[in-house]
Design a protein around this ligand. Structure first.
Ligand SMILES: CC(C)(COP(=O)(O)OP(=O)(O)OC[C@H]1O[C@@H](n2cnc3c(N)ncnc32)[C@H](O)[C@@H]1OP(=O)(O)O)[C@@H](O)C(=O)NCCC(=O)NCCS
Length: 195
């Protein structure tokens, strides 16, 4: 069993927790869906062994570091409905990269926002990050909307950075600084106080 599990992060409806071997079937449901991987860096999974491989890679990372990956699970049932992770930690500069995916049956309910708000809060407080980056396909409108609602700012495009699904795809690059995050929290609490 891994010895450096990430801490559980609880939200109103979700539980962000470490992966377990029991998550394989639910994980396969997420990544075998063409809709979910439309703008992902790999094609849809076709073999349950691919879920086992992601779980193994994640458990290894809990032991060795370098990747902090969470299962996004429903608080009520503990069923995995998606994943989110921080990777590419650069300690000196206190920055890392964010990644996330949610099963398509769960889109449009605010779960991704709720999960990432908890993960980012953890990254800025417990992990003391100053900057978090996200690299998305510019055509991925749901993802761009999600990042902007979280306070990320668009920083530019890098053309033909990926070759996936038989075509070159661009990167839209987003950054979230600790000060943007704090500003958003402050403006939200003043709205709450006024309301
Ligand atoms: C990117 C992705 C996670 C976004 O999921 P999502 O469900 O659209 O995002 P949210 O969970 O924040 O939900 C937002 C929507 O839920 C609605 N919603 C319903 N209840 C809500 C609540 N309580 N709180 C917030 N939003 C709520 C909002 O109106 C919003 O809809 P809108 O954006 O059309 O206005 C999802 O599309 C996905 O997994 N895509 C595939 C993987 C991927 O592309 N990952 C990114 C590449 S790195």
């Amino acid at each position: 069993m891994p010895d450096t599990l990430p801490p559980v992060l609880n939200t109103a409806r979700l539980r962000l927790r470490a992966f377990t071997q029991d998550d394989a079937a639910a994980l396969f449901r997420v990544f075998s869906d063409e809709e979910v991987v439309r703008f992902w860096s790999n094609g849809a999974w076709t073999d349950m062994a691919q879920a086992g491989k992601m779980i193994e890679e994640t458990l290894q990372a809990y032991r060795e570091g370098g990747l902090s990956r969470y299962a996004i699970a429903l608080a009520e049932t503990d069923e995995l409905i998606g994943i989110c992770n921080l990777r590419g930690f650069f300690e000196q500069n206190r920055r890392c990269e964010l990644g996330y995916a949610l099963g398509s049956a769960h889109w449009g309910r605010g779960y991704a926002f709720e999960a990432l708000e908890a993960l980012l809060g953890h990254a800025f407080s417990a992990l003391d990050m100053n900057r978090i980056e996200a690299d998305i396909d510019p055509r991925n409108e749901a993802s761009a909307r999600l990042l902007e609602r979280l306070g990320f700012r668009f920083e530019g495009t890098m053309p033909e950075r990926w070759f996936v699904h038989g075509e070159f795809a661009d990167t839209a690059f987003y950054g979230l600084l600790r000060r943007y995050w704090n500003e958003r929290l402050l403006s939200r609490s003043s709205v709450d106080a006024a309301g």
